[in-house]
Write a protein of this length. Sequence first.
Length: 283
Amino acid sequence: MHNDDRYLEIVNLVKAYPNPYGDDIKVVDGFNLMIAKGEVFSVIGHSGCGKSTVLTMTAGLNDITAGNVVVDGKEIVGSGPDRAVVFQAPCLLPWMTAYGNVMLGVNRVYPHATKAERDDLVCYYLSRVGLSDAMRKYPRELSGGMQQRVGIARALALHPKLLLLDEPFGRLDSLTRMELQDVVLELLDREKITTMVITHDVDEAIYMADKVVMMTNGPGAKVGQVLELPFGRPRVRAEVLEHPEYYNLRGQLIGFLEEQEHEKEAAKNEADESANDRKDAAA
């Protein structure tokens, strides 16, 4: 198997946190995934199932309890500019302009580039996300959607091996959200960057990705199912929505999430019953 088919390998990933009684609770337990170079995959699951935990461990921002993450043949240790993250909140430095915020990363990753080369890079990515006219504005002068565009430009200007998007459009209205999905997809088609998109929006998970990774409930969350998507690239929203498989795939995703919801309810009821039994026995 050529390495490009296993560009990102997540092997038996575990994240455990101690509970108040000193036992380890495994939030994520045995998450396995293999992704080809340039592939875009979305990760979906109920909130609290550990989606963001997998992302922050892959980014090197959260310690791995067990297992490993390998990017382009190298096991990750800590965070690095080879993995760029865009969070739900734009995380911009308020005292710097849009230009300054993007330049901050560029200076760090390209210390040997000339000033003109770095300037070109920053201007190129800000214009690609549609901010040519807002480069000199401060975050407070930008809307939420524009701030998120700065975050996307900053991440892509690093030319990362892996782009990690953690519900990046979660706070935006639906029109801005669709617009930014297309901005990101256009950049990904051009740059061919391997990308993880964490989302709880079924339509976003389908529209943006080549495959959807469905996570089981936590604790002990892992990959429950992987859905391969038949849509071509570049993506055209109307074509995706009119694709004969679209509603069937959407139904499979929703079915999986509903099944997880029922299991969660059943587990909760069982726990409540056993707690009541213990109370009755004690009485």
